[in-house]
Structures are given as C-alpha cells and as structure tokens.
Write a protein that binds this ligand. Structure first.
Ligand code: NAD
Ligand code: IPM
Ligand code: MN
Length: 350
C-alpha cells in the first residue's frame, strides 16, 4: 500500500481548525481508496515564535525536505507577532526554498453557492507567480533624519522566473478552455511589466492553439466583477495574483471557499497546499471557520500525490455537501457541521 509522508503545519488561528477538518476528510479518503497518509505535525506558529524567538527551527527547511508534500493551515497572529516577522519566518521561506513557483488557485462557484455577484459560469484558474516579483524581499529603509526617510521595495522579475510561470499558465490553458489572460500594469510600470508582456508574447508563439489577452490589473479587477464568465486561465505576478485571488474568493462566496497549491513543478522539493485565507483572528477558536477551502486544498494535494480518484471523490463530497445547502453562506453552519457533511457525502458516494 502506498504511504504518503505529509508535513502538517496547522499554524495559527483558524489554521488549526481547518487543518484538523481537512485531515479527517483526507484520512477517510485514504482508507476508502487504498493508500495511507503518514502525517508528521510541526507546531510552528506565532506561539512558537514567542516561546523560542523563531517561527521554525534553524533547520526547519531541511526537516521538511524529505516529505512528499506539506500541508499548511494559516500563519499569522498580528496582535502578538508582526506579520513581517511571522510570514517571513515560515510561509514565504518555504515557498522560496522549495522553488514552489507556481501557485494554482481555482475559483468557481460550488453547487448551491451563489456568491455576492451570482456570477453564473464563473470558473477561472489563477496562476500566480510565487517566488519573485514584488515579494523578492529586496529593498530597505534609509534614514537621513525623519523628514527624509525613504523606504524601497524592489520588484525583481527574472527571465527564467517569468518564462516558467507563463509557460506553466499556457500548459494549464491547454488542458482547459484554451484561453490565457496575462495581467500586468505595463502602462505604469515600464520595466518589469513591459518585460513580462514581451516574454508572454514570445511564449505565446509556442502555443498557437491558446488565445491570449493582455489586461491591466485595474481593468482586470473590474472585469472579474462585471464579466468574469469569459475568463479561463489568468496568469499574474506575485502581488497582483495575491490580490486577484482574494477577489476570486469573494466572488466564490467568501474566503472559506478558495483553495491553493504552491507547486514545485520539477519536484526537486515538496509542494505545499494551503487555503487562500489567513488565520482569521476575528473568528478563531469559535467553530465558525468554513473548512471547504482547506479541504479542497487537501484534494489538490491528493491529486499531486497521484491519488486522482481520491481527490475527485473529496471534491465531489464537497460539492454534494454544498448542493444540500451545507456551508453555503457565511455563518450558516459551523466548522464541525460542514466537515461532518463532507465526510458523510464521501461515505455515501464512494
Ligand atoms: P484572513 O484571510 O485571515 O481573514 C479575512 C476575513 O475573512 C476575516 O473577516 C475572516 O474572518 C474571514 N475568513 C477567512 N477565512 C475564513 C474561513 N475559512 N471561513 C470564514 N471566514 C473566513 O485575512 P487577514 O485578516 O488579512 O489576516 C489575518 C492573519 O492571517 C494575518 O496575520 C495575515 O498576515 C495572515 N495571513 C496568512 C495567510 C497564510 O498563512 N496563507 C494568508 C492570508 C493572511
Ligand atoms: C496568501 C497570503 C500571503 C501572500 C501572505 C500571508 C504573505 O496573503 O497566501 O495569499 O501574500 O502570499
Ligand atoms: Mn493573499
């Protein structure tokens, strides 16, 4: 029987609740589909930071490297640890260290869920560049007296980095409705985004079967609200992709529905699966968090591990639950009730 070694990092706030929910569902799927999951739990969080001065041990990356996949709940507890410390001490270094450059975020309406726009036919796949761009960490602060203080944050785009994410997007488009929209701000950002557009045009020549649109991020934000139906694969830089995927989540009905996979395509390191949302301190520990985004991310992990029938069954179970009206509106059902409904549907369907 195949055994998949999973590094589990529940993290902070609702990250813990939704990770527990996800593991219940994944374990049940594993039992049904004839494989096992061997989870190892890493209690790395803001509490760890307060106790040890580090979000993860110095050799944390090396501890994660042997795993087949990483599953993360959410990180951040800004009331006690600044986000600039917690995210740069755990989540962002993992994405970078394992070259998880392709962040896949599917956005579509689940059965029974209308979302605020009732956007029928809304089904996009956002491919977010995940290791460079606006998140390169380059920059600094120069103090020449308070009045002259300057802070810079340099967005770095490499040819290798842009080519590979655009190519990844085209491959995804080929497997879907064969349309790719590249999102930039090349009217205002004349170096990085003009470069991105040029690279996109070059790579597009390799994919004559895929149609391409170029959109500016501001127009794209409006388009996603006004007419998202014609969009298929959307490729964006790290920061633009971050913003668009919270918008995508909102159109889906809320952050509790948006799944995410940080993929290292050449498998030189483990990939990491986590919902789009954060630790939601405002609802943490109250059995309110919607675990669907997290469970869906877990299904993406099963697919990545080669367990496609189990992944499909988990997604079908989520859909059966929402089709019955479970978890379709914020506050309609608690974390436990939604998890139980997905588990019951998995049992019925499998
Ligand atoms: P957030 O995503 O945690 O929450 C935004 C809003 O959405 C809140 O009102 C929250 O209650 C709601 N929400 C989020 N997930 C939900 C769910 N599953 N069910 C129901 N409602 C849900 O974003 P934030 O408030 O900006 O960030 C809180 C902390 O999380 C910060 O420290 C932030 O940096 C961090 N964060 C971490 C990740 C991650 O680890 N991947 C992602 C985003 C934010
Ligand atoms: C996300 C999050 C992270 C990001 C934060 C917490 C650093 O918002 O995964 O979408 O911006 O990538
Ligand atoms: Mn985000």
């Amino acid at each position: 029987m195949t055994a998949h070694k999973i590094a589990l990092i529940p993290g902070d706030g609702i990250g813990v609740d939704v990770t527990d929910a996800t593991m219940q569902v994944l374990e049940s799927a594993a039992a049904r589909f004839g494989f096992t999951l061997e989870p190892t739990r890493f209690d790395w969080s803001c509490e760890t930071y307060l106790a040890t001065g580090r979000m993860m041990p110095e050799d944390g990356i090396e501890q994660l490297r042997p795993f087949d996949a990483i599953y993360l709940g959410a990180v951040g507890w800004p009331a006690t640890v600044p986000d600039s410390v917690s995210l740069h001490g755990l989540l962002l270094p993992i994405r970078k260290a394992f070259d998880q450059y392709a962040n896949i975020r599917p956005h579509r309406l689940l059965p029974g869920v209308e979302g605020p726009l009732k956007a029928q036919g809304f089904d996009i796949l956002c491919i977010r560049e995940n290791t460079e761009g606006e998140y390169s960490g380059a920059g600094g602060r120069v103090h020449q007296g308070k009045d002259n203080e300057v802070a810079t944050e340099t967005a770095i785009f490499t040819r290798k980095g842009v080519e590979r994410i655009i190519r990844f997007g085209f491959e995804q488009a080929r497997a879907r409705r064969k349309h790719l929209t590249s999102v930039t701000k090349s009217n205002a950002q004349k170096y990085s985004m003009v470069f991105w557009d040029e690279v996109t045009r070059e790579i597009a020549a390799e994919y004559p079967d895929v149609t391409v649109s170029h959109m500016h991020i501001d127009a794209m934000a409006a388009r996603m609200v006004m007419a998202p139906q014609d969009l298929d694969v959307v490729v964006a830089s790290n920061l633009f992709g971050d913003i668009l995927t919270d918008l995508g989540a909102a159109i889906q009905g809320g952050l509790g529905f948006a799944a995410s996979a940080n993929i290292c395509p050449d498998r030189s390191g483990p990939s990491m699966f986590e919902p789009v949302h954060g630790s939601a301190p405002d609802i943490a520990g109250r059995n309110i968090a919607n675990p669907i985004a997290a469970i869906w991310s877990g299904a993406m992990m099963l697919e990545h591990l080669g367990e496609k029938p189990a992944a499909d069954a988990v997604l079908a179970a989520i859909e059966s639950a929402t089709a019955k009206g479970i978890g379709i509106r914020p506050g309609s059902h608690g974390t436990d009730a939604i998890t139980a409904a997905v588990l019951a549907a998995l049992e019925e369907n499998a």
